[in-house]
Design a protein around this ligand. Structure first.
Ligand code: ADP
Length: 476
């Protein structure tokens, strides 16, 4: 942001007096200044062209000198020169104008660059020498008598009072320019900020729109894939039931081997698609919790027991331990199943034979801690804060040992957070990993005594485990 929003204005030459000082306010100041000092005043731009009306102008200047084009252009040149000199010296500049009167100039400056001049004067310090003015009248093409007559009105004052008036004009003009310029810079800064915010909002809207399209696309693709996959899977099951053990199949062993391989890969695809669908549901806010009071210890124990059979196939020990046998709290058992199966399948996936997986439940009264700890390959420190991001895999190379899409833990994290819980991980490469879930213990009041003591239906639901563990190849 600091790069695009600059408080400095680079094109100073393009700034006009009206950008810095309000012209009405300037006119009021100029009128008051002229009246109180009894001198004439005007403000001109960088070329000597007036931007305010004349204040207390003398007839000599207004009615005579400036009545001709030549006089006007000589006045502009004189004002321009006076302003430039004042800007160059950085002081009020007192000088004799082209028509022989004394003027003084106070420059309007922005960042060292002059954009105009406030002038005062049309006075003299001694009685005018008439002959000089007759000469001026001739040069400009004026009626000599008129000019001499108007000369009589010109105020004759002292050097000291002219210098004092010039100083006042200079000080006030300086202050007005500085304040005005600061305001201008702030105004432009605010405008830049507004533009920046508008652009950022546009980008945000575009990105939201893009995300929505992406999510819808994933959702359509996932559902489209699921239908043919279900057909393949059920056809496979049908084939197994027809041919396994049947005499019409000559090479029973091979059929079984390949049909198992096909089924395993169907499960893997189902897992991937389910994960996509769940991720989309969570992103779109469609994933609702079905909270029910239940004994969370029993549910977790049942889930753990249901995967023991699989861990044996890999020669990995599963040890469950709990501080309390019963903790009644409200949770979505289906979602807790997803959480636990995902953590258990990861633990099993990344733990070599002869290793162990420990599931511990700690009762902290207001909350519980569920720990899933393994003696597996561990996670490098630099990946620990990334593994909960979607599509993160520590080993993403094509020749990696374990399969997966890197979505599982991001879904787990969302599901835990939906329960107002937190998930964290500790790990050491070569030693193992520990995932700790902290869940609040909060039963729903109306249901407090009605929890389902029959346990969950997970034991019956072998399919779910087969799907969740499909990334792991077992030697059946
Ligand atoms: P995946 O479906 O690829 O397993 P996850 O989101 O579940 O995706 O996990 C992301 C990554 O985190 C895994 O690819 C793995 O690199 C790492 N990981 C997760 N759990 C463990 C574990 N218990 N031990 C070692 N690495 C793990």
């Amino acid at each position: 942001m600091a790069e695009t929003l600059n408080l400095e204005i680079s094109d100073l030459k393009s700034i006009q007096i009206k950008d810095v000082i309000d012209i009405e306010m300037l006119q009021r100041f100029q009128d008051n200044f002229a009246e109180s000092m009894n001198i004439a005043s005007i403000t001109v731009d960088i070329n000597g062209v007036p931007v305010t009306k004349n204040s207390s102008y003398t007839n000599f200047c207004e009615k005579c000198i400036q009545s001709t084009a030549a006089g006007k252009s000589r006045c502009a040149a004189s004002h321009k020169r006076g302003g430039e000199e004042a800007a160059r010296t950085g002081r009020p500049y007192v000088y004799k104008c082209h028509a022989g009167l004394i003027d003084f100039a106070a420059p309007i400056m922005v960042d060292g660059c002059q954009i105009g001049t406030v002038l005062g004067g049309q006075i003299l310090t001694e009685k005018p020498e008439v002959s000089k003015f007759i000469q001026i009248a001739k040069e400009i093409g004026l009626d000599e008598e008129n000019l001499i007559e108007s000369l009589k009105e010109i105020i004759v004052t002292t050097d000291k009072s002219i210098k004092a008036a010039a100083e006042v004009l200079f000080t006030i003009t300086n202050a007005m320019s500085k304040i005005g310029y600061k305001e201008l810079k702030l105004k432009r800064f605010t405008k830049d900020l507004e533009t920046e915010v508008k652009n950022k909002n546009l980008l945000l809207d575009k990105s939201k729109e893009y995300n929505k399209t992406k999510t819808q696309f994933f959702s359509i693709i996932s559902h489209e894939l699921k239908t043919p996959l279900n057909i393949i899977f059920s056809s496979l099951q049908l084939m197994e039931s027809i041919y396994i053990g049947s005499s019409s199949l000559s090479n029973d062993g091979k059929f079984l081997k390949y049909s198992k391989m096909m089924k395993q890969n169907c499960y893997r695809l189902i897992r991937l698609i389910n994960n996509f669908i769940d991720m989309n549901k969570i992103e779109l806010g469609f994933a609702n919790l079905k909270l029910k009071n239940n004994n969370i210890v029993k549910v977790i124990e049942d889930i753990t027991l249901s995967v023991v059979e699989y861990s044996k196939l890999k020669n990995v020990n599963i040890i469950f331990d709990t501080e309390t046998e019963e903790i009644i709290t409200a949770f979505d058992s289906g979602k807790l199943e997803r959480i636990m199966l995902n953590l258990l399948s990861n633990a099993l996936k990344f733990t070599p034979a002869k290793g162990a997986i420990y599931i511990n439940i700690y009762d902290k009264i207001e909350y519980i801690l569920i720990s899933v700890k393994d003696t597996g390959i561990g996670i490098p420190e630099n990946m620990l804060n990334k593994i909960f991001d979607p599509f993160t895999q520590v080993d993403s190379s094509l020749k990696r040992n374990a399969e997966g899409s890197g979505i599982g833990l991001s879904i787990v994290k969302s599901l835990v957070e939906m329960h107002n819980g937190k998930i964290s991980v500790k790990s050491q490469v070569g030693i193992g990993s520990e995932f700790i879930i902290k869940l609040p213990v909060k039963p729903i009041k109306s249901e407090i005594n009605e929890y389902n003591q029959a346990g969950n239906s997970l034991n019956d639901n072998v399919e779910k485990i087969k799907i969740e563990f499909s990334d792991i190849y077992f030697d059946y």
